[in-house]
Design a protein around this ligand. Sequence first.
Ligand code: ZN
Length: 384
Amino acid sequence: MEENSRPRRTSDRRPAIAVGRVFGVPVYVNASMLLLVALVTIMYGEFVRQQLELSQLTGYLVGFGFVVFLLGSVLLHELGHALTARRYGIGVRGITLELLGGYTEMDRDAPSPRVDLLVSLAGPAVSLVLGLLGVAVTLALPDRTLLNEFAFQLAASNVLVALFNILPGLPLDGGRALRAGVWALTKDRNLATEVAGWFGRAVAIGTVVLFSLLTWLGGLPPLGLVLILLVAFTLWQGAGQTIRAARISRRFPLIDLARLARPVFSVPTGTPLAEAQRRGADAGQGASTLGVADSSGRLVALVDRTAAEAVPVERRPWVAVDSVARGVDGVPSLAVGLGGEQVINAVQAHPGAQYLVTSGEDVIGVLHIADLAQLLEPKRKMTQ
Ligand SMILES: [Zn+2]
């Protein structure tokens, strides 16, 4: 279903359980799957029990069988994406199975609209082939038998997965194909992603409206609507994340470390904190960073503003500035000439609140991560 190649830390993820490897690709099952397993087992089990006049237990077992078919279909669908991506030299980190779909996590974006299109269509193509196979076997087997029932399940689950994923909005495959088209036309991948993300939101709303109507008209059991609402909500969230990430990426070229870096105002080591703050204020550099220099004038530490503010005002004349400062050896540095994308990669590799901005051997200022976030997402309120 979804593509996502921007590195995210595992903590951002909903809990996923590792279940094994297929073709060397790690496979995870999302915890939300458990809800789907229960819902489908009960709903489908009840339906099939009445159709085939089975006992309650057998009905639920067949319902559970449908879940297994559904999961297997999603896995094969995702393998379609994963193996195609790998063929074009894109590394695959893993496949996660989720509600009515899953996602294949790749280590980088597709290099061209053509590859993006091929990778996005490979999944639905697998589902369609399996679905048609299921239809053929269903027609070949005698009606109202368990074997026929399972063949029907193979057909139904794959056609369902293919149809759902081909809807033209990110993070669905159809949305990715749409993105590839807009990308080829505009030559702007981020713009294309944002457009396809808005289509994703429209698809989510359309799904809710359509299925609410169907339920209201009596064509769907209310429990089915609950499942659809969950799927639509997941889709809406995925679309929103995609739009947000694309907007941020579009602003990467604005990152200019020379402009973002705040100047450092240094005081000699051993200076009382109150004195250091007074000198800093006198120098008229309220927005600058307070630093500590050694006897040769070299910057050795940066004052931690939070730690400094935590010292009671009446204590500040008696506390050396060094006690609320952090040695610069522990602060990651960024060369002033780095491009936007390189800065983002470096910051993601070494998360922190402050970075030294250097030009050769010299420290020309300090980048505060909040300033970078403010530049990339001006509308978002920063908490730090
Ligand atoms: Zn897919």
